[in-house]
Design a protein around this ligand. Sequence first.
Ligand code: G3H
Ligand code: 13P
Ligand code: ZN
Length: 311
Amino acid sequence: MLTTLKPVLAKAHKGNYAVGAFNTNNLEITLAIIEAAVETRSPVIIQTSEGAVDYAGMDYLKAMILTAAKSKVPVVFHLDHGKDLKVVKKAIDSGYTSVMYDGSALPEKENISNTRKVVAWARRKGVSVEAELGALAGIEDFVSVEEKDAHLTDPRKALAFVKATKCDALAIAIGTAHGAFKFKGETVLDFDRLKRIKELTKMPLVLHGASGIDAALVERTKTQCSILGDCARLENAHGVSDAAIAKAVKLGINKINVDSDLRIAFTAAVRETLLSDKKAFDPRKILGPAKTLMKEVVKHKMELFGSAGRA
Ligand code: G3H
Ligand code: 13P
Ligand code: ZN
């Protein structure tokens, strides 16, 4: 059932769980996400980045995700990291039920005024808005407290930001980073900062860069790598541990973005298939196992985030 972000996250905020937001670019990823949601009876956010829009086009993505939304579970059709206002406006006018406006790299005043503009466009169409304050970067990149404070989300500024913009959800920076190289070792997140932001804003909060970069899956991407000469694939990759995710949910995160974990599962399965079945040339035989593995990853996230059984 197609829905907007606001009611889905309002329930998650009240029930103290998080809903997974999974990036899609193609049919196999979309099928993996929706099948996992149906099987775990979980609400789900299916999101496309501006890069996905460049790759597949809004019309194809829309047709695919609205088809997924015909299932019984609540499905939010969301634009991830809309940085170009033209793309954000087009998404609002084209049938997305939720958009993220990402002005986090802009001076704060400009971020606020652009977010307000997006909120005004979105309200007219009943579309929800996620906004971002703070810079997503690995916490280990900051050597001093001052540097950390300058990049991570300031709790007081977060409160002023949500009051000024009236966004429906706020993405915050507490030490995660996009991609497969988030930490040098163990997960380090600023949980005190998260706690303070939640206490002040009392609203749905979003965690980006939340992939776990599972070591076993990374290992599976190295099938026969000595023969292929690419054993350095994803060397030193580290993500957010399941324990850290569980703690972040407990402290008030209600939307969790995952892309890299699906990319790794996809790569592992495609490599395994191509290397084990040297005669395969049917795309369904090559991509089917990738869909199955991505679905397992998504199901695990839905259990971990606490959204399973909430649909
Ligand atoms: O946060 C970024 C997402 O992983 C999307 O990545 O822009 O390469 O599609 P992308
Ligand atoms: P990961 O790279 O950790 O999967 O983060 C994805 C994300 O934040 C998409 O917006
Ligand atoms: Zn992100």
